[in-house]
Design a binder for this molecule. Sequence first.
Ligand SMILES: Nc1ncnc2c1ncn2[C@@H]1O[C@H](COP(=O)(O)OP(=O)(O)OP(=O)(O)O)[C@@H](O)[C@H]1O
Ligand SMILES: [Mg+2]
Length: 366
Amino acid sequence: MATASEPHILCTDLVRIFTADGVEVQALQGLNLRVDAGEMVAVVGASGSGKSTLLTILSGLDTATAGVARVAGHDLLTMGSRERVAYRRRTVGFVWQQTSRNLLPYLTAAENIALAMNVAGGRRGAARAARIDDLLGLLEVGDARDRRPGELSGGQQQRVAIAVALANEPLVLLADEPTGELDESTSAAVLEAMRGVNLELGVTTLIVTHDPGVSGHVRRTVQIRDGRTSTEVLRSTRVDEHGQEQHIAEEFAVLDRVGRLQLPHDFVQALELRDRVRLALEPDHVGVWPGDEGRADVPHSATPQAGASDTPRRRPRHAAGTSDAEPAAGTSDADSRPENAAAAATPDTEPAAGTSDADSGPEEER
Ligand SMILES: Nc1ncnc2c1ncn2[C@@H]1O[C@H](COP(=O)(O)OP(=O)(O)OP(=O)(O)O)[C@@H](O)[C@H]1O
Ligand SMILES: [Mg+2]
């Protein structure tokens, strides 16, 4: 079972490889994700980036090829079929994009919720009826109680679907594009309803979507690119000197256990970075320079020492800030501070070979 400090969702180096007609597709390529109990997190990414693959694994419908996937104390890679059935009935609730996948069309909203309770052998009688009314009230669709899905709007159907997902008091709620078939304002209202549920019931919530607008409704948005978590946006609120509430969103690059991070595409393009880059460790940040040989603007001291290929040399203190050590455009101090974290990593992490795979790290100086 989960220990008090264990996150509710933990993915470490998660890999899922599909093989179709002899062709291998690496849908997840070492994905890392941690969601603490009670958190609400959105995972966003382009089509094909691996979002549904992740959710299908977390929902217990599919098994990863390698890595770690744990949800509320269940090890999803090793659990047997009995544990899997119990897990799907009681530990997690799901909401899918297609309302037809969430609700049976010939049952009313209340009957759909009751059916989910039946499957898990949950409450009966008056307690069940009260729970159904509570859930529909919480999702603000009390008046949909005795109507079938076909008699409800898309937004109402998804609210009922969330109520069905919560029927058995799951610890974790998973949603794959829950607003994918809704217009913008209805989407926003449904996401707010999910946030209300998260606050009211404390259910850990993970939403995957290609809609970047979701980040306005959650405190943490994780971006996946090519089957890996690449950046995170954290939102916070603070009160300014005029007493006004300010919403702040900060983007961070995700650093994995062995020190890898993904540079944002526009940073890579702006400096025409490719194949190899030079790294330099500063007291409070790490600099990244194009690796081109012989470039006048590359500080020589940023080059790794011969014979120490996996440890970039620290730049001498006197070099920092002097004109001959001026970093190339875009990697100035201002640009590489942690709040613009794409090029920043904490100095106590192993810089190792740096930016992606070991073989793209800086070469020994010749
Ligand atoms: N069952 C499968 N067999 C083979 N390849 C698959 C399978 N499921 C997914 N893939 C491939 O894995 C990759 C990730 O797919 P996935 O459905 O997870 O993406 P997604 O981020 O959910 O995309 P979308 O936003 O379009 O829903 C894609 O290249 C997809 O073609
Ligand atoms: Mg998908």
